[in-house]
Design a protein around this ligand. Structure first.
Ligand SMILES: [Zn+2]
Length: 193
């Protein structure tokens, strides 16, 4: 989804779009721009080697959980989507609602969705109440006895148990509350006493 422009070397040897012609034309595909650069090299007194095709930044709308929350410049929708993925922050979601699968998307300036993905936020690991080292500083679980089980949605769940406190750590299917689809995430389960 990039746009491409043609640049030429100016008289100082630096690449510039202005040197390639009066108007900066944006091409939808790299091969389109490439073909145009070939024609330009014949029209202008220059070699094809003195022209180059480069992607240019465009503005995109970032969407998280269906809400448009920011606009930014990126060379492609994929690059903007990568930023939308990185922007997903577990701190914006209540810990008791995790794990969650967050839908992210990129829209063009007409509001058309052009790329989308999901980011999985795992449940936070609770401290281990069964561990009391002499220095009292360490509250990590001692995960052991990992087993795989068949689980919902035809998926496999990997379950480990803490040797100290009995907490179970499950990496397995969780139902997406809005779509009912299953996704895999880490969550924790403690058996009732
Ligand atoms: Zn533990």
């Amino acid at each position: 989804m990039s746009r491409y422009i043609i640049e030429a070397r100016d008289r100082f040897g630096a690449w510039s779009a202005e040197a390639a012609g009066s108007a900066v034309v944006r091409f939808a595909t790299e091969s389109e721009a490439d073909a145009a650069a070939g024609e330009l090299a014949r029209d202008l007194p220059c070699d094809r080697a003195d022209l180059r095709v480069v992607p240019v930044a465009e503005r995109w709308q970032l969407v998280e959980g269906g809400e448009h929350y920011d606009d930014l410049e990126a060379e492609s929708a994929d690059q903007a989507l990568e930023i939308a993925r990185d922007n997903v922050d577990a701190a914006h979601y209540a810990a008791e609602h995790l794990p969650l699968r967050i839908a992210v998307a990129v829209r063009d300036q007409d509001g058309q969705e052009v790329a989308s993905d999901y980011v999985v936020l795992d449940a936070p690991e609770p401290p281990c109440p069964g561990r009391h080292d002499d220095d009292g500083a360490d509250d990590w679980h001692d995960w052991t006895d990992e087993r795989a089980y068949g689980a919902e949605g035809g998926m496999v769940a990997h379950v480990s148990t803490c040797a100290r406190c009995g907490l179970r750590r499950i990496y397995g299917p969780v139902s997406d509350r809005s779509t009912g689809e299953y996704f895999r995430a880490t969550h924790y389960h403690r058996d009732e006493q």
